[in-house]
Design a protein around this ligand. Structure first.
Ligand code: 6PG
Length: 253
């Protein structure tokens, strides 16, 4: 499997989950504006999870100077459920932010849902999404992601990359289907570590003491097969936005 590329890891600690979501939202607005200033367009990968969705709500409240007509949205993973299912990350992201801003609907790049465009399996959805990403890229691989947002589970999963699975070991493909996720629902579609590692910036939004051991292990450089978040490294920056509870197992320095 691909090894994480080296990039400095930054850890930003906040008092509570809401402070994490607010700080990440402010940084997100700044990153989008900076990308648009430098490259005209911004390409951002959204995440599900409580903190990631709360962050989107904060972005909606204070949008700064974002030009929504030049924002391209992608998803790091998706639950392979019928379109409109409230458990889909896309549905939650639309309700939290995307339905309330003047973004071009054609720039919201969702993973095909169960039954959409004839997709019957997560693998079919993954193949279509890989083609869609390639079509948005300059070189037929991936868009130039400015920021890839991630949540993390207590055992260290990111996107739908769970420990000791084929998906977390995937060395080549950028999108894969998952049939047996240990966290329900079992059928999912996910970007892989090679895709995450192509992002300029990777941000992990993590709160709660049940995540503390995995946070410490990931930042200490664990094997990504055991702690998938250890492989979540950006080309330019890797930033952990954590609350004090999630930071308790980190070295004091
Ligand atoms: O697909 C899922 O089942 C969840 O979205 C999951 O991957 C989530 O992102 C993390 O568990 C972090 O979630 P919290 O931010 O709510 O802790």
């Amino acid at each position: 499997m691909s090894e994480p590329v080296s990039a400095p890891t930054e850890v930003l600690t906040f008092a509570d989950p809401d402070a994490v979501a607010r700080a990440a939202a402010k940084a997100f607005v700044d990153a989008v504006v900076a990308a648009q200033r430098e490259r005209l367009q911004a390409h951002v990968v959204l995440t599900g999870g409580g903190t990631g969705i709360a962050m989107l709500e904060h972005v909606g409240r204070d949008q700064g100077g974002i030009d929504w007509s030049a924002v391209n949205v992608y998803f790091g993973d998706e639950r392979f459920l019928p379109a409109g299912d409230p458990d889909r990350n896309e549905v939650q992201a639309r309700a939290a932010l995307l339905d309330h801003v003047p973004i071009d609907p054609a720039r919201i790049h969702t993973m095909p849902a169960l039954g959409e465009d004839g997709c019957a399996t997560p693998a079919e959805s993954a193949e279509r999404y890989a083609r869609r990403l390639a079509a948005q890229s300059a070189d037929g691989s991936l868009p130039d992601f400015d920021v890839h947002l991630l949540g993390m589970g207590g055992e260290g999963h990111i996107n739908s990359l769970f420990p000791h699975t084929d998906a977390v070991r995937e060395p080549d493909r950028f999108v894969v289907g998952v049939e047996d996720s240990p966290k329900p629902p079992p059928a999912r579609v996910t970007l892989t570590l090679p895709a995450v590692q192509r992002a300029r910036q990777v941000w992990l939004l993590v709160t709660g003491e049940n995540k503390a051991d995995a946070v410490a292990a990931a930042i200490a450089g664990a094997n990504p097969e055991e702690i998938p978040a250890a492989g979540a490294v950006g080309r330019e920056r890797t930033v952990w936005f954590v609350d004090t509870a999630a930071a308790v197992a980190l070295p004091k320095s």
